[in-house]
Design a protein around this ligand. Structure first.
Ligand code: ZN
Length: 224
């Protein structure tokens, strides 16, 4: 990783040893969750290389090659978010973990019963966070696991498709289109973090290292 460093002395005009530097471009890190009305976007974004692709694919027809012919096997009962393998997957909402483990199509999945009564379903994970299990209470932004490409086979099967998170939301009337909510949460996260990055740049220009550190600590979580 490459950091752009500038000496604190240059920022403040004071004379300091070269060892005392602050990062003008903060270290690569995941943003802390941006929570809107109790919800947050379920894939962690970073200030470094955040490969996230969100396009509406709810209800898209799904075909599989069966006996040499492409056959309609169903409709997409959720929305996919493309992200790098290993990117943290976070709970969109407060609730209680209701399901953890393998299913044929979903691979390693975590299901959360939200406080609103709906079921929030996260599939194809490469791993589940060790703190997660059935009955565990979660808050929006809690890490459930990591993005992967598991599923479409017996336990352990992966690489049948590119890494992504499948998000499903099931209400009283069945599976719902999660895209409008996901799009709103993604936009809110980008807007809030862009504003904060702008303020960080101002603080750096002003030479306010303490203010920079305080805001950076509020904006970013660690890399772990
Ligand atoms: Zn999907």
């Amino acid at each position: 990783m490459v950091l752009v460093l500038i000496s604190a002395a240059a920022l403040t005009g004071a004379t300091r040893s070269p060892a005392q530097t602050v990062a003008v471009v903060a270290e690569p890190a995941y943003y802390r969750p941006v929570v809107v009305d109790g919800f947050t976007f379920p894939v962690a974004r970073s200030n470094w290389l955040s490969v996230i692709e969100l396009a509406e694919d709810w209800n898209d027809p799904r075909f599989r090659l069966i006996d040499g012919r492409w056959q309609l096997v169903g409709r997409h009962q959720g929305n996919d978010i493309v992200a790098e393998e290993g990117t943290p997957v976070t709970s969109m909402t407060a609730g209680t973990v209701e399901a953890v483990g393998w299913t044929f199509y979903s691979g390693t999945r975590v299901g959360v019963r939200g406080v609103d009564g709906k079921y929030y379903f996260y599939a194809h994970l490469s791993r589940v966070d060790p703190s997660m299990g059935v009955g565990v209470a979660v808050e929006p932004g809690d890490v459930l696991g990591l993005v992967g490409n598991t599923g479409y086979g017996p336990p352990g099967r992966e690489d049948e498709f590119p890494p992504h998170l499948h998000v499903g939301i099931e209400g009283p009337g069945g599976w719902e289109n999660p895209y409008p909510l996901l799009a709103r949460l993604y936009r809110a996260s980008v807007d809030a973090t862009t504003r904060a990055e702008g303020r960080l740049a101002e603080l750096a220009r002003e030479g306010d290292a303490a203010g920079f550190d305080r805001l950076a600590a509020r904006l970013y979580a660690g890399m772990e």
